[in-house]
Design a protein around this ligand. Structure first.
Ligand code: PLP
Length: 300
């Protein structure tokens, strides 16, 4: 099999680094203060295997119960956990193409064939997405929303429709959800109350400026969360330091919101600049913009 190629992480200050979509602003002061407060005792002992404090904080923010949250070592661990828990080797995974290139690699590790359904020319999920995946008896479908690399947002109503029609688990990868314009009123989390086949991925890497910490979480009905939480994950999958810092980050969500607002402002400014330069770009609800580069720019 071919492994996943992680983005290059150059250690130089003279580079404007855009390749892995990190938040350009730092995490809030409270996160660093929590780090300074860590004691030797915190390191000597094992951490909470269920990341209790974090899950409590996250469940309050999302107005759900503790049983609806699982903390993971980055969103990436949740992807791996979900695939190994809900798809047996040989059973297919469905994806909307193009998408995050880690999905097919994880499917390959589990020995699962991948069914790729191409997005239409507006980067939208085609109407027959579920139908095509059901035909091949796919056990799980992954969609990334807002979509990478286009930045396009699928609304929650359409996601509910897909969950209704699809006969497996629908994993919605919301790594970039924090950058959505709040005026759009996007809310997929409430769907987990009505759909026991929806699993939402959240990450602290982009929205909370904590890619180095490695922390993400899943939101779903208890039937989806509990097998991963109690059976298939490593007992101590998130370490003591990351649990404390991630909790501090979520408790100070207002500080992170300021960075989301700043990213949205820059996104508009940059899109206008690109258009002024004669380059067309997709309307983005994320912290990146997909720009079509003309021939005269190529290699220039
Ligand atoms: C960044 C990202 C993730 C998860 O990243 P982690 O750093 O592992 O939390 C998941 N999906 C997409 C599409 C991403 O860009």
């Amino acid at each position: 099999m071919a492994g996943y190629k992680p983005g290059e992480q150059p250690n130089r200050l003279d580079i404007v680094k855009l390749n892995t979509n990190e938040n350009p602003y730092p995490p809030c002061d409270e996160v660093m203060e929590e780090l300074r407060r860590m004691s030797t005792e915190d390191l000597r002992r094992y951490p909470s295997s269920l990341a209790r404090e974090f899950c409590e904080t996250a469940s309050k923010i999302h107005d759900l119960g503790m049983e609806n949250i699982i903390a993971t070592n980055g969103g990436d661990e949740l992807l791996r956990l979900a695939i190994t828990t809900f798809i047996d080797p040989g059973q297919p995974l469905g994806i909307a193409d193009p998408c995050y290139s880690l999905y097919p690699v994880l499917a390959d590790i589990q020995g699962c064939p991948v069914i790729q359904v191409p997005l239409d020319n507006q980067w939208e999920i085609p109407d027959d997405f579920s139908y095509r995946l059901n035909k091949y008896e796919a056990k799980m479908a992954i969609v990334v929303n807002p979509h990478a690399p286009s930045g396009r947002l699928t609304d929650a109503k359409r996601l509910a429709e897909i969950a209704d029609e699809f006969r497996g688990v629908l994993l919605i990868d919301e790594a970039y959800v924090n950058f959505i314009d709040p005026e759009l009123g996007y809310d997929s989390v409430r769907l987990v109350k009505d759909y026991n086949n929806i699993l939402i991925l959240r990450s602290l890497s982009k929205g909370y400026s904590l890619a180095g910490l490695r922390f993400g979480y899943g939101i779903a009905a208890e039937e989806i969360i509990s097998p991963m939480l109690l059976k298939t994950k490593d007992s101590y999958n998130v370490n003591a330091v990351s649990q404390r810092l991630a909790t501090a980050a979520l408790m100070n969500i207002k500080k992170a919101e300021k960075t989301w607002e700043a990213v949205r402002k820059e996104r508009i400014r940059l899109s206008i600049d690109f258009k002024d330069m004669g380059l067309s770009c997709e309307p983005s609800q994320s912290n990146f913009i997909l720009v079509t580069v003309k021939d005269r720019w190529a290699g220039g």
